[in-house]
Design a protein around this ligand. Structure first.
Ligand code: PGA
Length: 249
């Protein structure tokens, strides 16, 4: 069983000074060693100062996106090696906001997953259906396709360093959480898919985390499900008290 993996996705919130203030407070509340993986996904600009400030702490850093090329003429993009140097260990890939608002497709998401792994970053691959897809009974087929294409060409060695986030799009930022049993059903399905691709043992060790309106009131019930290994919290991770409650659950 993987350790509980509690990540906050700040999206486009918090300047460098706001991020440092939050991180300092969080690091004081959760000194090392911790039995849970605690991760903050901050904006690109805050990553390097946070990386310095959090050195030796129990709080780890994630980026929210990455480009798949190592370098080159890609104005506005950031490579995995650049992220690694900030002190960042993780990167969110294929978040539904990136898919929906920036047109990201499974093919390029897979390139990003592979680029992250190659550089030594752990990708947090996001999958999840829209409300319309759920209504049309397409949840399983959508999640299967996103997962299979997102993990395409990965080796068993690679999957050891990957995290999968199930984030039903209809539950993100809406206050509508998936019922724990509903989320568990999809997490189980995802684990089975990973087992089909990489074997049972590796599937058991892969953190599969849930995202979508996670808050201090629903965290316990979600984490009580056997295949929910952690969460990716958005809105509730912006406040140090509520994020701390989620970490402690
Ligand atoms: P939310 O966002 O917790 O605000 O719903 C979750 C996410 O987008 O990762």
């Amino acid at each position: 069983m993987p350790r509980p993996f509690i990540a906050g996705n700040w999206k486009m919130h918090k300047t460098i000074s706001e991020a440092l203030e939050f991180a300092g407070a969080l690091a004081r509340r959760f000194p090392p060693p911790q039995e849970r993986d605690i991760i903050i996904a901050a904006s690109y600009t805050a990553l390097h100062p946070l990386g310095r400030a959090l050195q030796g702490s129990a709080i780890h850093l994630s980026a929210q996106n990455v480009h798949w090329e190592e370098r080159g003429a890609f104005t506005g993009e950031v490579s995995a090696r650049m992220l690694l140097e900030t002190g960042c260990r993780y990167v969110i890939v294929g978040h539904s906001e990136r898919r929906r608002l920036f047109g990201e497709k499974n093919g390029e998401i897979n390139l990003k997953v592979r680029a992250a792994l190659k550089a030594g970053l752990k990708p947090i691959l996001c999958v999840g259906e829209t409300l319309e897809e759920r209504g049309d009974d397409k949840t399983f087929s959508v999640v299967r396709k996103q997962l299979k294409e997102g993990l395409n060409n990965l080796t068993p060695g690679d999957i050891r360093h990957a995290i999968v986030a199930y984030e039903p799009v209809w539950a993100i930022g809406t206050g509508r959480t998936a019922a724990p049993a509903q989320a568990q059903e999809i997490h189980r399905f995802i684990r089975q898919l990973i087992a089909d691709l990489f074997g049972e043992d590796l599937a058991e060790g892969t953190p599969i985390i849930y995202g979508g309106s996670v808050n201090p009131a629903n965290i316990r019930d979600l984490m009580a499900e056997p295949d929910i290994n952690g969460v990716l919290a958005g809105g509730a991770s912006l406040d140090v008290d509520s994020f701390s409650e989620i970490i402690k659950f």
